[in-house]
Ligand binder design. Structure first.
Ligand SMILES: *Cc1c(COP(=O)(O)O)cnc(C)c1O
Length: 421
């Protein structure tokens, strides 16, 4: 079995003699067949192959295989965005009347879809505090609870989930643990190694890592027993495929096959071959980028921590951080590139700081090679009152910084001149 750096570069792509060295873009919606019964078998899921790019495409498949290998999973499904990946990951196993346990610290877009859109479908969330004990979290569940969802490092609050604790809750409840690992990537942390069942990514973030392609991906660990009475849709006959049972026919790939042939078929949030091509290529440097992002972010965090105009720094790689022990355990190779900090004084100082930056750019994004900054109180979270902001841990002077892979001295010099007031 190849190591993670080798998988990042080569994936599972093995061109035959005379074929392109780089995974080509199959920019085609459809595929030609010689025999009608070949195509009929594909429609019946009796044979594997491509027939329409909404459900499968060779370039997208190369990305799926690479990310499944990187995560140590059995199969993966790429989607049009991270939002679609998280939506599918849950809708694949939940229906009206069900609920799932949701970490209270997750990405704002996830809160929107889970608490508002899912609610309209009759799917409820039960929020848990990631600092609660396994017993406390377990006690929140009921017989309609079908999954647990959290983020490895939460965006933007940067808390590190205790995977072993959450996995023990999942095991006791007989429900899968799903984690969004967008901020860590399989280079820094492989959640499946700790018993997590499903991993999702906004590949828009570090997997692409260049702010060039939107995308999402779901990876199945193949390590959950769907036949435990709680997930009949994976076990019982699907009338839209002549009564086929996913677990019987596809074994430990049942979850991903079902997501593909039901959700991707019906809801259509497929990834474009072009975006898969870009993401697959940019994944070739995943190991180099994440090592440098983490190294630069730690140096920047230490610089900020000692600066006279900085009130506090939040980075799980700092010894002073509440999640340092979790980071040491789960993120030994580095704590990724995103950090946040509070500037001393008022909101005006935060605005002056952002205005003076030259190299560091103001953008609504994290996790790409260029260092970027945002002031949540006046942008992403501007609809909230000061009280509401404080409730979710965002003070008016908070700055979020996504540290890139430029020379770290240049990044620090730019921050330093902007903090000079
Ligand atoms: C950005 C992000 C998402 C949403 O991904 P999109 O690709 O923007 O749809 C989901 N989860 C996390 C942790 C994110 O950072």
């Amino acid at each position: 079995m190849a190591r993670i750096e080798t998988i990042s570069v080569q994936g599972n792509y093995k061109p035959q003699s005379g074929e392109p060295r780089v995974v080509p873009i199959a920019q085609s919606t459809t595929y030609k067949y010689n025999e009608l019964n070949q195509l009929a078998d594909l429609f019946d899921l009796k044979a594997a192959g491509y027939f329409y790019s909404r459900i499968g495409n060779p370039t997208v498949a190369a990305l799926e295989e690479k990310v499944a290998l990187l995560e140590g999973g059995v199969a993966a499904l790429a989607t049009s965005s991270g939002q679609a990946a998280n939506t599918f990951a849950l809708l694949n196993i939940l229906k009206t009347g069900d609920n799932f346990l949701l970490s209270s610290k997750v990405y704002g877009g996830s809160i929107n879809v889970f608490e508002n859109t899912f609610k309209k479908f009759g799917i409820d969330v039960i929020k848990f505090d990631l600092d609660s004990s396994a017993e406390e979290i377990k006690a929140l569940a009921n017989e309609k609870t079908k999954a647990i969802f959290g983020e490895t490092i939460s965006n933007p609050t940067l808390e590190v989930l205790d995977l072993e604790k959450i996995v023990s809750v999942g095991k006791d409840l007989g429900v899968p643990v799903i984690v969004d690992a967008s901020l860590t990537t399989p280079y820094l942390l492989r959640p499946l190694d700790y018993g997590v069942n499903i991993v999702t990514h906004s590949s828009t973030k570090y997997l692409d890592g260049h702010a060039a392609a939107l995308g999402g991906i779901i990876v199945d660990g193949g390590n959950f027993d769907w036949n435990n009475g709680k997930f009949p849709e994976l076990v019982e006959p699907d009338p839209t495929y002549h009564g086929l049972s996913y677990t019987e026919t596809f074994g430990n790939q049942a979850y991903i096959v079902k997501a593909r042939v039901q959700l991707l078929r019906d809801l259509g949030s497929c990834q474009s071959p072009f975006n898969a091509y870009i993401t697959n290529q940019n994944l070739e440097t995943l190991h180099l980028r994440l090592a440098r992002h983490s190294e630069n972010a730690l140096a920047v965090a230490k610089f900020l921590e000692s600066h006279k105009n900085i009130e506090s720094v939040n980075y799980p790689g700092l010894e002073s951080n509440k999640y340092y022990e979790n980071a040491k355990k789960y993120l030994p190779k580095g704590a990724s590139g995103v950090l946040s900090f509070n500037i001393k004084g008022s909101i005006e100082n935060a605005k002056i700081f952002v205005g003076k930056l030259k190299l560091v750019a103001l953008v609504t994004h994290v996790a790409d090679v260029r260092t970027s900054v945002i002031h949540p109180a006046s942008t992403t979270h501007r609809q909230l009152s000061e009280e509401e902001l404080l409730e979710i841990g965002i003070s008016p002077t908070l700055i979020r910084l996504s540290v890139g892979i430029e020379n770290v001295d240049d990044i620090i010099e730019d921050l330093s001149q902007a903090l000079d007031f």
